[in-house]
Design a protein around this ligand. Structure first.
Ligand code: IMP
Ligand code: MG
Length: 180
């Protein structure tokens, strides 16, 4: 599979993702059985994961999509401006942030910090994927689907330069050349 000249190969098939989504939702249904959580999927990347996950949630809950605005080109430095679009009152609520992937962990850390500042009762996070750096830094993610190393992945909501979000499997960047 090619996106903008780069070769990607299948990495996590849709069937494995489906199984994992059910496993994660089952844990949340159990952990939050006496609460009414507010799910906050972070757009754009988490839209597919969030939709599938929330379909498996059987407890009362609310959903409010948010988007972060970062300074263009510097998102990896964690220069997050603010959370935009959360219209439900988050004060005193149990919030579950839904992310597609946590890489350096900076984006998620900023988001959780901002939510705590809004007076949420609790703030936890779920991410379909987590890379090495966030794992080593122990970024606060309560529910994790799959652990990755440094692979760059696309599909199932994740993009390369805006493309590739539409695939139902997850693909990783194929090895580029013989040199290592
Ligand atoms: P962090 O702040 O470094 O944790 O960056 C997280 C954000 O970077 C994610 O929400 C994605 O938008 C993007 N990202 C990180 N790794 C990948 C990847 O492998 N594929 C696509 N997007 C990625
Ligand atoms: Mg993202």
């Amino acid at each position: 599979m090619k996106i903008k000249g780069l070769e990607f190969k299948k990495f996590i098939p849709a069937s494995k993702i489906e199984e994992k989504v059910i496993e994660l939702a089952t844990k949340i249904n159990k952990d939050y059985k006496n609460q009414v959580p507010v799910f906050l999927p972070i757009l754009n990347g988490s839209f597919m994961f969030a939709a599938d996950l929330i379909k498996e949630i059987k407890i009362p809950c609310r959903i409010s999509f948010v988007k972060t605005s970062s300074y263009s080109g510097t998102s990896s430095t964690g220069q997050l401006k603010t959370l935009i679009g959360h219209d439900e009152s988050l004060f005193n609520q149990d919030i579950i942030v839904i992310e597609d992937i946590v890489d350096s962990g900076l984006t998620l850390e900023k988001i959780m910090e901002e939510l705590r500042g809004l007076g949420a009762k609790s703030v936890e996070a779920i991410s379909l994927l987590r890379k090495t750096e966030a794992r080593e830094k122990n970024t606060d993610v309560k529910y994790i689907g799959f652990e990755l190393d440094a692979e760059f992945v696309v599909g199932y909501g994740l993009d390369y330069d805006g493309f590739g979000r539409n695939y139902k499997d997850i693909y990783k960047l194929a090895d580029v050349g013989p040199e290592k």
